[in-house]
Design a protein around this ligand. Structure first.
Ligand code: FAD
Length: 505
């Protein structure tokens, strides 16, 4: 495996016409399948109609969570699987892209004694899940009750009247979901997979796919020993037997100053419910995401789902109850929505999304759907096993993604913090490759631009990560696009990166 070969490429030029496995879709699931199969020695062609992380995988809450919520519905199997996968990501495969995040449930006057007792019991059980998954205390500390003063230290904007203290537990946070997918896809390429964006699968059987290069319009048939459909909410477009009933989840984006000094995630119970919460999640780039809604969606599946004003209002109203100064609509600087790929079984919607399903169609296509970002690795393992292509055991539990290293090693890396957070030990490589491609001085390439984004990472997005336009760079290689105002400010930098890198490709 070498970082040199680890390139995502746009279009079909030079792609193989015969492989062991074709993977449809480069969300977290498809990228995970490509890595699993390539690391077991199979030849792989993995394609996406648009771009890496174009679908649901970039609209998540960006958490690697240990399955606490599934305990409430007594789904111990899924909860355990989530906790195990969280530990693998945080301690072995992607410490560079994950971090421990404290969660604060403020015990304010609107949190009843019953809600507080249930939450405390849930947090303790969540800690048992961590223990059962063998995730260290260094990674995720013990849950505990905190005083009123400590709660206000973590979240100074909390409504102080009636505040009795708080409950704290720890879970995992991702630097960026789209970055995890891009890193997975490049790691798959480093293991020999051909990873292609802008390639749509028009038709699929268990042994053939008809592909269209969306850049040139060329079509081509590729033969394979197996085909895995990891097309998320679009999985049913390729396989008749798969029926999905997606549900929409919306987040709003705030500037950090809107909830000043927030150092932990904030959990606010939805009034009248003992199991629904609204979360405020601080991000390292100076924004806060507030989520999450759950609205059934019927009809045509849009490429980019849109949040509704009703959903935005709901999130702000619930959050307002916990704060001294309510968040206003005008404080919202961005909003995004994603569709959960829920599987419909026998005409009724059943929440298989969290469980994930691997289904082989009459024509032999293996579809892997549902689950969640945290459990992508297990989903990928199950899908590759279901193809029956190899008896070699899965290796991904112990396969670090590109740039991964222990937290101690990462702390020693001297490159700019933003690049270390997003590329781990590859930060130096990203800068060197950007210097090589542009001949610009390093200082210029690493200088923080709008929302902290650097020219170096944008250039690397073009040269190594398959970005072909400003949307790829601003909406998926970086997440500047989550705040339209920042996106506009960063557009000239993205265009410059495209001109500089594109000219030398
Ligand atoms: C609002 C929300 C918040 C969430 N938060 C979390 C969280 O914090 N943590 C967590 O663990 N999970 C979370 N999840 C769940 C998680 O995001 C999803 O389960 C996961 O991202 C699904 O990934 P996927 O690869 O299966 O699908 P997708 O990411 O949708 O990928 C499918 C890909 O297939 C491509 N495609 C479609 N049709 C074709 C075709 N014909 N040819 C080629 N390519 C095609 C698409 O372009 C797309 O890129 C959340 C989900 C939602 C909706």
């Amino acid at each position: 495996m070498t970082a040199e070969t680890a390139r995502i490429l746009p279009g079909l030029e030079g792609a193989p016409e015969q492989v062991d496995l074709v993977v449809v879709g480069l969300g977290v699931t498809g990228a995970g399948v490509a890595l699993d199969a390539a690391s077991r020695g199979l030849t792989v062609l993995a394609v996406d109609a648009h771009d890496v992380a174009f679908g649901t995988s970039r609209w998540s809450s960006k958490l690697v969570h240990g399955g606490l919520r599934y305990l409430a519905s007594l789904q111990f199997g899924i909860a355990h699987e989530s906790a195990v996968e969280r530990g693998i990501l945080m301690e072995r495969t992607a410490p560079h892209l994950t971090r421990p995040l404290p969660w604060l449930l403020p015990l304010s006057s609107n949190v009843s004694f019953t809600q507080a007792t249930l939450a405390a019991a849930g947090f303790q059980t969540g800690d048992l899940l961590r223990l059962a998954a063998r995730t260290g205390r260094d990674t995720l500390p013990r849950p505990r009750r905190v005083s009123r003063t400590e709660a206000l230290g973590l979240a100074p904007a909390l409504r102080s009247a009636g505040l009795r203290g708080g409950l704290i537990y720890w879970d995992g946070q991702l630097e960026d979901d789209a970055r995890l997918v891009t890193c997975l896809a490049r790691t798959a390429a480093a293991h020999g997979a051909q990873v292609r964006t802008r390639v749509r699968v028009l038709e699929a059987t268990g042994t053939t796919v008809q592909l269209r290069d969306e850049l040139t319009g060329d079509t081509r048939t590729v033969t394979a020993r197996a085909v895995v459909n990891a097309a998320g909410v679009w999985a049913g477009d390729l396989v008749d037997e798969i029926r999905l009933r997606p549900s929409r989840g919306t987040h709003v984006v705030l500037r950090a100053e809107t909830i000043p000094g927030l150092r932990s995630a904030l959990t606010v119970p939805v009034p009248g419910s003992t199991s629904r919460y609204v979360f405020a999640l601080p991000q390292p780039d100076g924004t806060i995401f507030v989520g999450l809604t759950d609205e059934p969606v019927d009809g045509e599946i849009p490429d980019v789902p849109q949040p509704t004003e009703g959903e935005i209002g709901f999130l702000l109203d619930v959050l307002a109850a916990a704060l001294d100064r309510p968040v206003k609509r005008s404080d919202v600087v961005g909003a995004f929505a994603g569709l959960r790929p829920l599987l419909e079984a026998d005409g009724s919607t059943s929440d298989l999304s969290r469980k994930h399903a691997v289904l082989t169609s009459r024509s032999g296509v293996v579809t892997v759907v549902g689950g969640k970002l945290t459990t992508y690795r297990q989903m990928a393992e199950d899908a590759v096993d279901a193809t029956g292509l190899t008896t070699r055991p899965c290796r991904t539990q112990d396969l670090p993604l590109l740039g991964a290293a222990s937290r101690d090693v990462l702390a020693q890396v001297e490159e700019p913090a933003r690049l270390v957070r997003r590329f781990g030990t590859e930060a130096r490589y990203v800068i060197d490759e950007a210097v090589r491609a542009t001949r610009l001085p390093e200082e210029e390439l690493v200088a923080p631009g709008p929302a902290g984004v650097t020219l170096a990472e944008l250039v690397f997005g073009v040269t190594h990560e398959g970005a072909v336009d400003a949307d790829d760079l601003l909406d998926r290689r970086t997440r500047v696009g989550l705040v339209p105002e920042d996106r506009e400010a960063a557009l000239p930098l993205a265009e410059r990166a495209l001109a500089l890198a594109g000219a030398r490709l």
